[in-house]
Ligand binder design. Structure first.
Ligand SMILES: CC(C)(COP(=O)(O)OP(=O)(O)OC[C@H]1O[C@@H](n2cnc3c(N)ncnc32)[C@H](O)[C@@H]1OP(=O)(O)O)[C@@H](O)C(=O)NCCC(=O)NCCS
Length: 246
């Protein structure tokens, strides 16, 4: 099937939200870290979602509103792509990247403004739907693990293309949709000689899949909340990298 990868538009948002929701693996146990997918969208400022309350407390409508807010933020601030079969409006895949940020570059006024806008939208959503979503203690455990990993793995002062979300709807997985979405940005990174980075929530099969795109395992992020633990896998792709075994 011919697949087109295009920039997310406002009209694509409901389809993109649906695609993200139906691709989310959900655990139902309340005594585990509830990892939906750290590459997927967060309900907190600027951050990938990691740790949610159990599935039984999951509110699909609230989640859709939250994802919609993040999609709009991503359209303005990131590189947000959707994959669709030619001639169809159905969103089969979603990928969101953050552009490289120079290590020594201070944040701009626009960045601050965008953070506030996002925060205010999320406060409005909380007022409408009620508080929900993240387990904050675990969120901060993850943030610390991420900061430690990035400070040792991010050695290029020019920054990294950071793959923040990548999902393909279950019925389209394994058919090359992910590769096409990946290529849309890795080609650009190759032309510019830039590195790419991601944090995978699963070792198998995702580390193998990302290896096919040239990503190499760099560091494990251990998130441990008094014995309840998950591990994430930081991966880096160098410019023009060949497939890697992970
Ligand atoms: C991970 C994901 C985005 C990949 O997209 P996809 O469209 O299924 O991947 P593709 O079909 O483009 O395959 C990409 C490469 O991985 C390989 N691959 C696909 N599935 C694989 C598997 N289960 N095991 C090993 N390799 C696999 C393919 O052979 C292909 O390599 P090649 O082009 O060199 O032959 C998609 O499977 C997905 O959304 N999974 C569920 C959500 C998720 O886990 N998101 C990422 C969180 S870290």
């Amino acid at each position: 099937m011919p697949i087109n990868v295009t920039a997310l538009t406002a009209a694509d948002i409901p389809g993109a939200v649906k695609a993200i929701q139906c691709s989310m693996p959900r655990q139902q146990s309340s005594n585990l870290f509830h990892v939906v997918d750290p590459l997927q969208i967060s309900e907190s400022k600027n951050e990938p979602r990691l740790l949610e309350k159990p599935f039984t407390q999951f509110n699909t409508q609230r989640n859709a509103a939250s994802l919609g807010i993040r999609c709009r933020w991503g359209m303005r601030n990131g590189i947000f792509h959707v994959a669709k079969e030619e001639g169809s409006d159905q969103v089969l895949g979603v990928a969101c990247w953050l552009r490289p940020q120079k290590a020594d570059k201070p944040r701009s006024w626009n960045d601050w403004l965008e953070d506030w806008k996002l925060w205010l939208n999320q406060v409005s959503m909380n007022l409408y739907y009620g508080r929900g979503g993240l387990i904050m203690k675990r969120y901060y455990i993850w943030k610390e693990a991420q900061a430690r990993a990035q400070s040792s793995v991010w050695t290029d002062p020019r920054g990294y293309y950071f793959l923040n979300i990548m999902v393909v709807v279950p019925e389209a997985q394994g058919k090359g949709v992910g590769r096409q979405m990946m290529k849309a940005v890795t080609d650009q990174a190759d032309t510019e000689g830039m590195n790419c980075y991601l944090e995978s929530s699963r070792d198998k099969p995702n580390m193998q899949i990302y290896g096919r795109f040239g990503f190499q395992f760099a560091k494990e992020l251990k998130c441990d909340d008094d014995g309840t633990a998950i591990n994430l896998f930081a991966m880096v792709r160098e410019p023009n990298a060949s497939p890697q075994d992970n």
